[in-house]
Ligand binder design. Structure first.
Ligand code: PLP
Length: 420
Protein backbone atom coordinates (compact mmCIF):
# COMPACT_ATOMS: atom_id res chain seq x y z
CA UNK A 1 0.00 0.00 0.00
CA UNK A 2 1.41 3.46 -0.94
CA UNK A 3 2.25 5.72 2.00
CA UNK A 4 0.03 8.87 1.76
CA UNK A 5 2.37 11.86 1.35
CA UNK A 6 1.10 15.33 2.10
CA UNK A 7 2.72 18.78 2.29
CA UNK A 8 0.32 19.71 5.03
CA UNK A 9 1.08 17.64 8.12
CA UNK A 10 -2.18 18.89 9.63
CA UNK A 11 -4.38 17.47 6.88
CA UNK A 12 -4.43 14.03 8.51
CA UNK A 13 -4.95 12.89 12.05
CA UNK A 14 -2.95 15.74 13.61
CA UNK A 15 -5.53 18.51 13.06
CA UNK A 16 -6.42 18.42 16.76
CA UNK A 17 -2.85 19.42 17.66
CA UNK A 18 -3.03 22.77 15.86
CA UNK A 19 -6.61 23.33 17.12
CA UNK A 20 -5.56 22.69 20.70
CA UNK A 21 -2.50 24.94 20.49
CA UNK A 22 -4.57 27.72 18.94
CA UNK A 23 -7.23 27.34 21.62
CA UNK A 24 -4.55 27.59 24.32
CA UNK A 25 -3.26 30.82 22.78
CA UNK A 26 -6.79 32.27 22.62
CA UNK A 27 -7.39 31.33 26.26
CA UNK A 28 -4.11 32.91 27.41
CA UNK A 29 -2.91 29.50 28.56
CA UNK A 30 -0.21 28.61 26.01
CA UNK A 31 3.07 27.78 27.77
CA UNK A 32 6.62 27.78 26.56
CA UNK A 33 9.97 26.86 28.04
CA UNK A 34 12.19 29.61 29.40
CA UNK A 35 15.78 29.66 28.28
CA UNK A 36 17.59 29.82 31.63
CA UNK A 37 21.37 29.60 31.84
CA UNK A 38 23.49 28.77 34.87
CA UNK A 39 22.83 26.90 38.10
CA UNK A 40 19.70 27.53 40.22
CA UNK A 41 21.41 30.19 42.30
CA UNK A 42 20.03 33.60 43.28
CA UNK A 43 21.45 35.09 40.06
CA UNK A 44 20.85 33.37 36.73
CA UNK A 45 20.82 34.35 33.07
CA UNK A 46 17.44 34.51 31.35
CA UNK A 47 17.17 35.50 27.71
CA UNK A 48 20.64 37.02 27.78
CA UNK A 49 20.36 39.06 30.97
CA UNK A 50 20.92 38.51 34.66
CA UNK A 51 17.82 37.93 36.77
CA UNK A 52 17.17 37.36 40.45
CA UNK A 53 15.70 33.87 40.76
CA UNK A 54 12.70 33.92 43.08
CA UNK A 55 10.67 30.88 42.02
CA UNK A 56 12.93 27.87 42.48
CA UNK A 57 12.31 24.93 44.81
CA UNK A 58 16.04 24.94 45.67
CA UNK A 59 14.86 26.25 49.05
CA UNK A 60 18.04 25.47 51.00
CA UNK A 61 20.45 26.17 48.15
CA UNK A 62 21.68 22.56 48.22
CA UNK A 63 21.46 22.05 44.44
CA UNK A 64 24.71 24.00 44.10
CA UNK A 65 26.39 22.94 47.35
CA UNK A 66 29.97 21.79 46.66
CA UNK A 67 29.55 18.74 48.87
CA UNK A 68 26.64 17.45 46.79
CA UNK A 69 28.64 18.03 43.61
CA UNK A 70 31.62 16.13 45.01
CA UNK A 71 29.43 13.24 46.16
CA UNK A 72 27.89 13.05 42.68
CA UNK A 73 31.30 13.17 41.00
CA UNK A 74 32.80 10.46 43.22
CA UNK A 75 29.85 8.11 42.77
CA UNK A 76 29.93 8.68 39.02
CA UNK A 77 33.65 7.80 38.96
CA UNK A 78 33.02 4.56 40.83
CA UNK A 79 29.67 3.40 39.45
CA UNK A 80 29.36 5.15 36.07
CA UNK A 81 26.69 7.48 34.74
CA UNK A 82 23.61 5.30 34.62
CA UNK A 83 22.02 2.40 36.50
CA UNK A 84 21.23 0.80 33.10
CA UNK A 85 18.70 -1.59 34.52
CA UNK A 86 15.53 -1.65 36.55
CA UNK A 87 16.11 -2.05 40.28
CA UNK A 88 14.84 -5.63 40.28
CA UNK A 89 17.10 -6.72 37.42
CA UNK A 90 20.57 -5.16 37.32
CA UNK A 91 20.05 -1.54 38.41
CA UNK A 92 20.27 -1.83 42.21
CA UNK A 93 23.63 -0.34 43.13
CA UNK A 94 25.10 0.39 46.58
CA UNK A 95 24.14 4.12 46.43
CA UNK A 96 20.46 3.05 46.35
CA UNK A 97 20.82 1.07 49.56
CA UNK A 98 22.72 3.86 51.30
CA UNK A 99 20.14 6.50 50.33
CA UNK A 100 17.20 4.30 51.36
CA UNK A 101 18.74 3.74 54.79
CA UNK A 102 19.43 7.47 55.15
CA UNK A 103 15.91 8.56 54.26
CA UNK A 104 14.23 5.87 56.41
CA UNK A 105 16.33 6.96 59.38
CA UNK A 106 15.57 10.66 58.68
CA UNK A 107 11.84 9.97 58.45
CA UNK A 108 11.75 7.68 61.48
CA UNK A 109 10.45 4.65 59.60
CA UNK A 110 11.64 1.04 59.34
CA UNK A 111 12.37 1.24 55.64
CA UNK A 112 12.18 3.33 52.48
CA UNK A 113 12.09 2.85 48.73
CA UNK A 114 13.54 5.28 46.19
CA UNK A 115 11.72 5.97 42.91
CA UNK A 116 12.83 7.82 39.77
CA UNK A 117 10.84 10.89 40.82
CA UNK A 118 8.23 12.02 43.29
CA UNK A 119 5.67 11.66 40.51
CA UNK A 120 6.62 7.98 40.11
CA UNK A 121 6.51 7.49 43.89
CA UNK A 122 2.94 8.79 44.18
CA UNK A 123 1.75 6.78 41.18
CA UNK A 124 3.44 3.65 42.50
CA UNK A 125 2.13 3.94 46.04
CA UNK A 126 -1.49 4.76 45.19
CA UNK A 127 -1.97 2.19 42.44
CA UNK A 128 -0.45 -0.51 44.64
CA UNK A 129 -2.59 0.32 47.67
CA UNK A 130 -6.06 0.62 46.12
CA UNK A 131 -7.99 -0.50 43.06
CA UNK A 132 -11.48 -1.14 41.74
CA UNK A 133 -14.00 -1.27 44.58
CA UNK A 134 -11.82 0.79 46.95
CA UNK A 135 -12.14 4.49 47.86
CA UNK A 136 -9.68 7.38 47.80
CA UNK A 137 -10.28 10.58 49.79
CA UNK A 138 -8.29 13.40 48.26
CA UNK A 139 -7.84 17.07 49.18
CA UNK A 140 -9.20 19.35 46.43
CA UNK A 141 -5.82 21.07 46.01
CA UNK A 142 -3.64 17.97 45.86
CA UNK A 143 -0.76 17.84 43.36
CA UNK A 144 -1.25 16.34 39.90
CA UNK A 145 0.86 13.28 40.80
CA UNK A 146 -1.61 12.38 43.57
CA UNK A 147 -4.55 13.01 41.25
CA UNK A 148 -3.04 10.97 38.43
CA UNK A 149 -2.18 8.11 40.80
CA UNK A 150 -5.75 8.15 42.08
CA UNK A 151 -7.20 8.09 38.55
CA UNK A 152 -4.88 5.31 37.43
CA UNK A 153 -5.81 3.16 40.43
CA UNK A 154 -9.46 2.85 39.31
CA UNK A 155 -10.62 3.29 42.89
CA UNK A 156 -13.57 5.61 43.51
CA UNK A 157 -12.26 9.14 44.14
CA UNK A 158 -13.99 11.38 46.68
CA UNK A 159 -12.61 14.91 46.71
CA UNK A 160 -13.02 16.84 49.95
CA UNK A 161 -12.82 20.66 50.00
CA UNK A 162 -9.33 21.93 50.76
CA UNK A 163 -8.34 21.16 54.39
CA UNK A 164 -11.99 20.45 55.33
CA UNK A 165 -11.82 17.67 57.91
CA UNK A 166 -15.56 17.78 58.63
CA UNK A 167 -16.34 17.00 55.02
CA UNK A 168 -13.59 14.37 54.97
CA UNK A 169 -15.23 12.66 57.94
CA UNK A 170 -18.64 12.72 56.21
CA UNK A 171 -17.12 11.12 53.14
CA UNK A 172 -15.27 8.49 55.17
CA UNK A 173 -18.50 7.63 57.01
CA UNK A 174 -20.36 7.31 53.70
CA UNK A 175 -17.92 4.61 52.53
CA UNK A 176 -17.56 2.81 55.83
CA UNK A 177 -17.97 -0.66 54.33
CA UNK A 178 -15.59 -0.20 51.41
CA UNK A 179 -12.80 -2.80 51.32
CA UNK A 180 -9.82 -0.42 51.41
CA UNK A 181 -9.76 3.31 52.04
CA UNK A 182 -6.87 5.69 51.35
CA UNK A 183 -6.57 9.37 52.33
CA UNK A 184 -4.23 11.50 50.21
CA UNK A 185 -2.92 14.87 51.31
CA UNK A 186 0.06 17.10 50.81
CA UNK A 187 1.48 18.34 54.11
CA UNK A 188 2.70 21.71 52.76
CA UNK A 189 0.54 22.58 49.76
CA UNK A 190 2.73 23.30 46.77
CA UNK A 191 0.89 26.31 45.35
CA UNK A 192 -0.69 27.88 48.46
CA UNK A 193 1.99 27.15 51.04
CA UNK A 194 -0.59 26.33 53.70
CA UNK A 195 -0.44 23.23 55.91
CA UNK A 196 -2.71 20.22 56.05
CA UNK A 197 -4.56 19.66 59.34
CA UNK A 198 -2.53 16.48 59.58
CA UNK A 199 -3.25 15.60 63.20
CA UNK A 200 -7.02 15.66 62.55
CA UNK A 201 -6.62 13.73 59.32
CA UNK A 202 -4.50 11.07 61.04
CA UNK A 203 -7.14 10.78 63.77
CA UNK A 204 -9.88 10.26 61.15
CA UNK A 205 -7.77 7.71 59.29
CA UNK A 206 -7.48 5.66 62.47
CA UNK A 207 -11.15 6.10 63.40
CA UNK A 208 -12.41 4.91 59.99
CA UNK A 209 -9.74 2.29 59.29
CA UNK A 210 -8.26 4.20 56.37
CA UNK A 211 -4.69 4.24 55.10
CA UNK A 212 -3.01 7.67 55.04
CA UNK A 213 -0.41 8.86 52.54
CA UNK A 214 1.20 12.23 53.35
CA UNK A 215 3.06 13.96 50.51
CA UNK A 216 5.97 15.83 52.09
CA UNK A 217 7.42 17.15 48.81
CA UNK A 218 7.56 20.74 50.07
CA UNK A 219 8.12 19.97 53.77
CA UNK A 220 11.14 17.66 53.57
CA UNK A 221 14.32 19.42 54.68
CA UNK A 222 12.33 22.28 56.19
CA UNK A 223 9.81 21.38 58.91
CA UNK A 224 10.36 19.65 62.25
CA UNK A 225 13.32 19.63 64.66
CA UNK A 226 15.65 17.98 62.12
CA UNK A 227 13.83 19.18 59.01
CA UNK A 228 12.39 15.73 58.24
CA UNK A 229 8.97 17.23 57.48
CA UNK A 230 5.60 18.12 58.95
CA UNK A 231 5.07 14.52 60.05
CA UNK A 232 8.16 14.88 62.24
CA UNK A 233 7.09 18.34 63.44
CA UNK A 234 3.76 16.91 64.66
CA UNK A 235 5.30 13.61 65.84
CA UNK A 236 2.94 11.61 63.65
CA UNK A 237 5.43 9.07 62.33
CA UNK A 238 3.45 6.13 63.67
CA UNK A 239 0.07 7.54 62.54
CA UNK A 240 0.95 8.10 58.88
CA UNK A 241 1.14 4.88 56.87
CA UNK A 242 3.23 6.26 54.02
CA UNK A 243 5.45 9.35 54.09
CA UNK A 244 6.08 10.25 50.49
CA UNK A 245 8.53 12.90 49.34
CA UNK A 246 11.06 13.97 46.79
CA UNK A 247 14.77 14.79 46.70
CA UNK A 248 14.11 17.33 43.95
CA UNK A 249 13.16 20.38 46.02
CA UNK A 250 14.83 21.41 49.31
CA UNK A 251 17.25 18.49 48.91
CA UNK A 252 18.47 19.88 45.59
CA UNK A 253 18.74 16.60 43.68
CA UNK A 254 16.26 14.23 42.00
CA UNK A 255 14.14 11.21 42.87
CA UNK A 256 11.12 10.33 44.97
CA UNK A 257 10.76 8.12 48.02
CA UNK A 258 8.22 6.25 50.10
CA UNK A 259 9.08 5.80 53.78
CA UNK A 260 7.02 3.25 55.72
CA UNK A 261 7.07 -0.05 57.60
CA UNK A 262 9.28 -2.90 56.34
CA UNK A 263 6.24 -4.83 55.14
CA UNK A 264 4.77 -1.89 53.25
CA UNK A 265 8.09 -1.18 51.55
CA UNK A 266 8.43 -4.85 50.60
CA UNK A 267 4.87 -4.67 49.25
CA UNK A 268 5.67 -1.57 47.14
CA UNK A 269 8.84 -3.21 45.84
CA UNK A 270 6.69 -6.08 44.58
CA UNK A 271 3.53 -4.27 43.54
CA UNK A 272 4.36 -0.69 42.44
CA UNK A 273 4.52 -0.74 38.66
CA UNK A 274 6.22 2.67 38.47
CA UNK A 275 9.02 1.20 40.59
CA UNK A 276 9.28 -2.14 38.80
CA UNK A 277 9.13 -1.08 35.16
CA UNK A 278 11.68 1.71 34.99
CA UNK A 279 15.43 2.15 35.25
CA UNK A 280 17.02 3.01 38.60
CA UNK A 281 18.37 6.51 39.19
CA UNK A 282 21.98 7.31 38.22
CA UNK A 283 24.47 6.69 41.07
CA UNK A 284 25.66 10.32 41.04
CA UNK A 285 22.12 11.55 41.69
CA UNK A 286 21.64 9.05 44.52
CA UNK A 287 24.91 10.03 46.19
CA UNK A 288 24.03 13.73 45.95
CA UNK A 289 20.66 13.01 47.60
CA UNK A 290 22.32 11.08 50.44
CA UNK A 291 24.66 14.00 51.08
CA UNK A 292 21.69 16.41 50.99
CA UNK A 293 19.83 14.36 53.61
CA UNK A 294 22.93 14.46 55.84
CA UNK A 295 23.32 18.22 55.46
CA UNK A 296 19.62 18.99 55.96
CA UNK A 297 19.64 16.85 59.09
CA UNK A 298 22.89 18.07 60.63
CA UNK A 299 23.01 21.72 59.60
CA UNK A 300 19.89 23.59 60.76
CA UNK A 301 21.48 26.92 59.83
CA UNK A 302 20.29 26.61 56.19
CA UNK A 303 16.68 26.32 57.36
CA UNK A 304 17.13 29.16 59.81
CA UNK A 305 18.42 31.47 57.07
CA UNK A 306 15.58 30.43 54.79
CA UNK A 307 12.95 31.22 57.44
CA UNK A 308 14.58 34.61 58.04
CA UNK A 309 14.40 35.34 54.31
CA UNK A 310 10.80 34.17 54.18
CA UNK A 311 10.00 36.50 57.10
CA UNK A 312 11.66 39.49 55.39
CA UNK A 313 9.75 38.99 52.15
CA UNK A 314 6.47 38.23 53.89
CA UNK A 315 6.74 41.40 56.01
CA UNK A 316 7.82 43.57 53.10
CA UNK A 317 5.05 42.37 50.81
CA UNK A 318 2.51 42.66 53.60
CA UNK A 319 3.50 46.28 54.26
CA UNK A 320 2.89 47.00 50.57
CA UNK A 321 -0.62 45.61 50.93
CA UNK A 322 -0.09 42.34 49.06
CA UNK A 323 -2.11 39.46 50.50
CA UNK A 324 -0.31 36.11 50.59
CA UNK A 325 -3.35 33.97 51.33
CA UNK A 326 -3.11 31.34 54.03
CA UNK A 327 0.58 30.52 53.47
CA UNK A 328 2.42 29.25 56.54
CA UNK A 329 5.56 28.15 54.77
CA UNK A 330 8.34 29.13 52.37
CA UNK A 331 5.83 29.23 49.49
CA UNK A 332 4.39 32.73 49.17
CA UNK A 333 1.48 32.92 46.70
CA UNK A 334 0.77 36.45 45.51
CA UNK A 335 -2.74 36.05 44.18
CA UNK A 336 -3.61 38.13 41.11
CA UNK A 337 -6.73 36.10 40.19
CA UNK A 338 -6.53 36.57 36.40
CA UNK A 339 -4.25 34.77 33.99
CA UNK A 340 -3.42 37.76 31.76
CA UNK A 341 -2.82 40.03 34.72
CA UNK A 342 -0.63 37.37 36.31
CA UNK A 343 1.51 36.89 33.20
CA UNK A 344 1.71 40.66 32.68
CA UNK A 345 2.94 41.05 36.27
CA UNK A 346 5.48 38.28 35.65
CA UNK A 347 6.82 40.11 32.57
CA UNK A 348 6.85 43.42 34.45
CA UNK A 349 9.01 41.96 37.23
CA UNK A 350 11.28 40.28 34.68
CA UNK A 351 11.99 43.63 33.07
CA UNK A 352 13.10 44.80 36.51
CA UNK A 353 15.39 41.79 36.74
CA UNK A 354 13.26 39.64 39.06
CA UNK A 355 12.07 36.21 37.91
CA UNK A 356 8.89 34.95 39.59
CA UNK A 357 6.88 32.60 37.42
CA UNK A 358 3.16 33.24 36.92
CA UNK A 359 1.04 30.19 37.73
CA UNK A 360 -2.09 29.49 35.68
CA UNK A 361 -4.55 26.62 35.19
CA UNK A 362 -4.28 23.68 35.13
CA UNK A 363 -1.61 24.06 37.83
CA UNK A 364 -4.05 26.13 39.94
CA UNK A 365 -7.85 26.42 39.67
CA UNK A 366 -9.16 29.15 37.31
CA UNK A 367 -9.63 32.44 39.15
CA UNK A 368 -6.71 31.78 41.52
CA UNK A 369 -3.85 32.69 39.16
CA UNK A 370 -0.82 33.90 41.04
CA UNK A 371 2.86 34.63 41.25
CA UNK A 372 4.43 31.84 43.29
CA UNK A 373 7.27 33.45 45.23
CA UNK A 374 9.86 31.08 46.67
CA UNK A 375 12.81 32.54 48.59
CA UNK A 376 15.97 30.52 49.10
CA UNK A 377 18.45 30.32 51.99
CA UNK A 378 21.10 31.61 49.58
CA UNK A 379 19.37 34.93 48.90
CA UNK A 380 21.26 37.82 50.47
CA UNK A 381 19.67 40.81 52.23
CA UNK A 382 20.50 42.82 49.10
CA UNK A 383 18.71 40.28 46.88
CA UNK A 384 15.59 40.59 49.00
CA UNK A 385 15.80 44.38 48.87
CA UNK A 386 16.02 44.23 45.06
CA UNK A 387 13.00 41.94 44.95
CA UNK A 388 10.94 44.12 47.29
CA UNK A 389 11.76 47.26 45.29
CA UNK A 390 10.42 45.56 42.14
CA UNK A 391 7.29 44.41 43.97
CA UNK A 392 6.74 47.97 45.27
CA UNK A 393 6.75 49.23 41.67
CA UNK A 394 4.37 46.47 40.70
CA UNK A 395 2.02 47.37 43.51
CA UNK A 396 1.93 51.04 42.60
CA UNK A 397 1.01 50.09 39.03
CA UNK A 398 -1.66 47.65 40.20
CA UNK A 399 -3.16 50.42 42.30
CA UNK A 400 -2.81 53.02 39.56
CA UNK A 401 -6.12 54.80 38.72
CA UNK A 402 -5.16 54.68 35.03
CA UNK A 403 -6.04 51.05 34.70
CA UNK A 404 -6.72 49.75 31.25
CA UNK A 405 -8.40 46.44 30.76
CA UNK A 406 -8.12 43.56 28.36
CA UNK A 407 -11.07 41.79 26.80
CA UNK A 408 -12.22 38.82 28.78
CA UNK A 409 -10.95 40.02 32.16
CA UNK A 410 -12.74 42.02 34.83
CA UNK A 411 -12.75 45.78 34.36
CA UNK A 412 -12.36 46.33 38.09
CA UNK A 413 -9.25 44.39 38.80
CA UNK A 414 -7.15 43.70 35.75
CA UNK A 415 -4.71 46.48 34.94
CA UNK A 416 -3.07 44.52 32.15
CA UNK A 417 -2.47 47.45 29.87
CA UNK A 418 -0.39 49.50 32.27
CA UNK A 419 1.84 46.53 32.93
CA UNK A 420 2.85 46.07 29.30
N1 PLP B 1 4.14 16.11 45.09
C1 PLP B 1 4.13 17.45 45.15
C2 PLP B 1 3.27 18.11 46.18
C3 PLP B 1 4.90 18.22 44.28
O1 PLP B 1 4.86 19.55 44.32
C4 PLP B 1 5.72 17.55 43.35
C5 PLP B 1 6.60 18.31 42.43
O2 PLP B 1 6.30 18.93 41.52
C6 PLP B 1 5.69 16.15 43.30
C7 PLP B 1 4.91 15.47 44.20
C8 PLP B 1 6.50 15.40 42.29
O3 PLP B 1 7.84 15.39 42.63
P1 PLP B 1 8.96 15.25 41.52
O4 PLP B 1 9.20 16.61 40.97
O5 PLP B 1 10.14 14.67 42.22
O6 PLP B 1 8.43 14.34 40.47
Amino acid sequence: MAYPISDDSYSGGQAFVRDTLQALVRAGLKRKLRDLKGAPEPRMQLAGREVLLLCSNNYLGLATDDRLKQAAQQATEIYGCGATGSRLISGNSEPHRVLEQAIASYKGTEAALVFTSGYHANLGAITALVGTGDAIFSDALNHASLIDGARLSRAEILIYPHRDVEDLEKKLRSRISVRRKLILTETVFSMDGDLAPLRDIAYLAKKYGSLLLADEAHATGLFGPTGAGLVEALELQSAVDVQMGTFSKALGSLGGYLAASKDLIDYFLNCSRSFIFTTGLPPGVLAASTEAVRIAREEPEHRETLWRNVGTLRRGLGEMGFGLGPSQSQILPLLLYYKRRTMAACRFLLRRGVFVQGIRPPTVPPGTERLRIAPMATHTAKDLETALAAFAELQSLLQSPKRRTTAGESSTAAPVGVLK
